[in-house]
Design a protein around this ligand. Structure first.
Ligand SMILES: C=C(O[C@@H]1C=C(C(=O)O)C=C[C@H]1O)C(=O)O
Length: 511
């Protein structure tokens, strides 16, 4: 392949990735939650899992957004955190200053400035005819009435009333609320909102404030007398002020991170580490328990192999800085994790806690039995350390990708709850496998992996001679091999995780 071809392939890869995004599943939560996690999002240490860090790969996407959010939050606070009535914001502080006694230019021989005079006029006006100052009555919003329902749910009784007070469609408010809380919920027969999980009233208040800022308040005159409508051709939403006629676009509700985007990002690490590993020979002693005398013994008395040793030691270091407290990380030696040196984080709970799956022993054997023999040439070049290091990188990325199946499965479950529930109740694993399989997506994944492997694994030096060559001999690993391994091993294990997760998805559900 020529350099242009490589560039073209890269473009194609990008195009495929975009396609896939459009298909992607939305749900629950994400990293921008990090800032929120510090708020009392859920009652005392309740959530033990969630997608918080799962969105690590998503940072770039959500960065702007969360920065924006932070700013808005500050503003909201400035408006008086303790008073939920603050729908109508009218710069009271300034009014007070304006009304102050003692004229700034008094006692000096300077003239007043225009602003000072304006302040004075407004001060007098406010004192005598407040209605003429353009300041509107503050629209009081009742605080959310929230109670716990059983141990796992929260009921928001006056949700509909609040939607009416804000003059907003309750479906829209509901969508926003659930996305922000990273949970599911619905109205019950008496129009109360029931959400899954335990949340304090304050949390609803915070989210509603955010909603008001984003979707109700006019930015220009701060009026709440606004309408939200959608341009049918562009599908862009506008907020139009009935008072001052200002209008602004508002963003669509972010319904959470895209599970498939994460899978796509993990591909890069996996493919790259496989290609890196391919530089070295098979190096069997790395995998034989007694070939290299590493310190320490397994509980059953045999020694660890060099690979097991490095994997375990890596997990010890990463474990201390809480890598494995994150819901999207699974250790290969989960029983042997060390104590944390950083305080634990409470993640939001996205996955069902009784359904956690860890199939790392299968990931390891799949790697050793099927991937390694395909990518590394037989023989021994004594590069044991480098081989083992690349193995560890590949294994950790493979494990993460495969276990990410739980998040994909959760997203699918939320989209087709009735269908899955039925199959789960019947314990019909095969039917679940069929329902969650999306062959079109799989084909895209395979093709994209092939292209990425071709791009990353290209030996650019050898084809820059202008010969336009680039037969399979110029690849460190043949792209078709990487694609085939993905199809035969990586994707099926991901789907196995999906099925195992779903089969346990309803355990412990009180229903
Ligand atoms: C991951 C998904 O679920 C299944 C597994 C896939 C995979 O491992 O790449 C792809 C498509 C689905 O059959 C998905 O739908 O994206």
């Amino acid at each position: 392949m020529s350099a242009e071809e490589v560039a073209a392939a890269a473009e194609e890869v990008a195009a495929l990735a975009v396609d896939d995004d459009e298909l992607s599943l939305d749900f629950g939560k994400k990293k921008k939650k990090k800032s929120k996690a510090k708020e009392p999002a859920a009652e005392g240490g309740e959530g033990e899992a969630g997608a918080g860090a799962a969105a690590e790969e998503e940072d770039e996407l959500s960065l702007d957004l969360s920065l924006g959010k932070k700013k808005k939050k500050k503003k909201a606070k400035a408006r008086g955190e303790d008073d939920f009535g603050g729908l109508e914001e009218s710069g009271e502080g300034e009014g007070g200053e304006r009304g102050g006694q003692g004229l700034p230019w008094e006692g000096s021989d300077r003239d007043y400035t225009y602003e000072e005079l304006l302040d004075r006029v407004f001060g007098i006006l406010k004192a005598h005819n407040p209605e003429l100052t353009g300041e509107r009555q503050r629209t009081k919003l009742k605080p959310p009435q929230v109670a716990r329902e059983g141990t796992k749910k929260t009921v928001f009784t006056n949700f509909m009333d609040l939607c009416k007070s804000m003059n907003r469609n309750h479906e829209h408010v509901l969508q926003f609320l659930l996305a922000e809380l990273g949970t599911s919920g619905s109205l019950d027969g008496t129009q109360r909102l029931i959400v899954k999980g335990r949340f304090l009233p304050k949390v609803f208040e915070t989210v509603l404030r955010r909603y008001i800022n984003d979707y109700v308040l006019c930015n220009s005159c701060k009026s709440v007398d606004t309408l939200l409508d959608r341009d049918s051709s562009t599908r862009i939403m506008f907020l139009r002020c009935q008072q001052c006629s200002a209008s602004r676009t508002v963003s669509a509700i972010k319904t959470g991170f895209q599970a498939r985007t994460t899978l796509i990002r993990l591909e890069d690490t996996i493919i790259f580490s496989l290609i890196e590993r391919a530089q070295f020979a098979r190096n069997d002693p790395v995998y034989e328990p007694d070939a290299i005398p590493v310190p320490g013994f397994r509980p059953d008395g045999r020694r660890y192999s060099l690979l097991e040793y490095l994997l375990r030691e890596t997990e010890q270091v990463h474990g201390r800085i809480r890598r494995y407290t994150s819901p999207d990380e699974n250790a290969f030696f989960p029983e042997e994790l060390p104590p944390l040196v950083l305080p634990p984080i409470t993640y939001e709970q996205v996955l069902s806690s009784c359904a956690r799956v860890n199939i790392n022993s299968q990931v390891l054997s799949m790697y050793l039995e099927h991937l390694l023999p395909e990518i590394a040439a037989p023989g021994d070049d004594h590069n044991y350390g480098s081989s083992a290091m690349n193995d560890v990188t590949a294994l950790q990325a493979l494990s993460k990708r495969i276990h990410y199946g739980m998040f994909v499965a959760e997203a699918k479950f939320r989209k087709q709850t009735a269908e899955y529930t039925e199959l789960i109740r019947r314990r019909d694993g095969d039917a679940i496998m069929e329902l969650l399989t999306d062959r079109a997506v799989e084909l895209k994944v395979i093709e994209r992996v092939r292209l990425k492997a071709a791009t990353f694994g290209q030996d650019l030096g050898s084809s820059s001679d202008g010969s336009g060559g680039g037969g399979s001999s110029s690849y460190k690993v043949r792209p078709e091999v990487v694609a085939a391994l993905y199809e035969q091993w990586v994707m099926p294990l991901t789907k196995q995780v999906e099925v195992e997760y779903l089969l346990r998805r309803l355990d412990g559900e009180s229903s």
